[in-house]
Design a protein around this ligand. Structure first.
Ligand code: PXL
Length: 283
């Protein structure tokens, strides 16, 4: 029997609101992947449009946490980072990547820091430059268009996009160092939305677009990144994995839209797990 894959997921815990670890852990686990979690911060809710959240920064815990794991000789098939709790964590997570890097494991960085043309308010203007250094250590990065523009120093454009702009971003993101780049929030007209994927080694670019649903739903980047990693670790190639992740995320948004849920409260990814497992050929 093939060995069970193991991931280290390095994100915050937002107690309510379905993002980061409360999304990554169930999705990866459902896909049969053992998921160790390294919380970067603990919040009562995410920071996207909900006032009054508590915030416990865990920067001081990360190095000892990783050292303990190292002392157990743990090995990971993938390291997956998302929302980081402080500027200092960018360097610390980079060190953790160096510690746990194997010849053939996957380092996936979701450079969570911005959306809709704006850096999240909790981050300083230096944050994107630090995140760029972390992305240089990754095999795969999954920025949205705002994050991509900040990482490569291009002006942010609100879209619909032209292929030239998307492909310029992909190429410049690849130049930072990762072998593969997946750009989320890509759209060429108002009807469809999806992701663009670029493999720097082959030069291949592919697009997966699905029907667009009105409204900005929180946590969808984390649903997408977790589903993408689950598909990659289940041996799907990049374009197929992006297809599975776009399908799962879009279906989750659709259910949430029909249920008329507050868009800040996250999407119903849970009800889509059975279909997701079929797509992964696990059920
Ligand atoms: O989904 C990204 C995310 C993760 N964690 C926290 C956030 C956000 C986006 O706003 O605030 C705490």
């Amino acid at each position: 029997m093939a060995h069970q894959k193991r991931v280290a997921a390095i994100h915050d815990i937002s107690g309510f609101g379905k993002c980061s670890l409360t999304v990554a852990l169930p999705i990866l686990s459902a896909a049969g992947i053992e998921t160790a979690v390294m919380p970067t911060a603990v919040l009562s809710t995410h920071t996207g449009g909900i006032a009054g959240y508590t915030y416990r920064d865990l920067t001081g815990d990360l190095r000892p946490y990783a050292q303990h794991w190292k002392s157990l000789s743990l090995k990971f098939d993938a390291l997956y980072s998302g929302f980081l709790g402080s500027f200092e964590q960018l360097d610390i997570v980079g060190e953790i990547f160096d510690e746990f890097r194997e010849r053939d494991n996957i380092i996936l960085v979701d450079p969570v820091m911005a959306d809709n043309g704006e850096l999240y308010k909790i981050f300083s203007p230096e944050f994107p430059a630090g995140m760029k250094k972390l992305c240089a250590k990754a095999d795969i990065i999954v920025p949205n268009i705002t994050e991509a523009a900040l990482l490569v120093g291009e002006p942010y454009r609100p879209g619909p996009y032209k292929k030239e702009y998307v492909e310029l971003l992909l190429q410049k993101l690849g130049d930072i160092g990762p072998r593969q780049v997946v750009l989320t929030g890509t759209f060429f007209d108002d009807k469809e939305l999806g992701a663009a994927a670029y493999d720097r080694e082959t030069g291949d670019i592919s697009y997966v677009l699905a029907d667009r649903i009105e409204g900005y739903y929180h946590g969808t980047g984390d649903v997408f990144g977790s589903a993408l990693l689950a598909a990659l670790l289940n041996n799907f190639g990049l374009p197929q994995a992006v297809g599975i992740a776009v399908g799962y995320t879009t279906a989750s948004i659709g259910r949430t839209f029909r249920a008329k849920t507050d868009i800040r409260f996250g999407v119903d990814f849970e009800s889509g797990v059975p279909q997701f497992l079929k797509e992964l050929k696990l059920a």
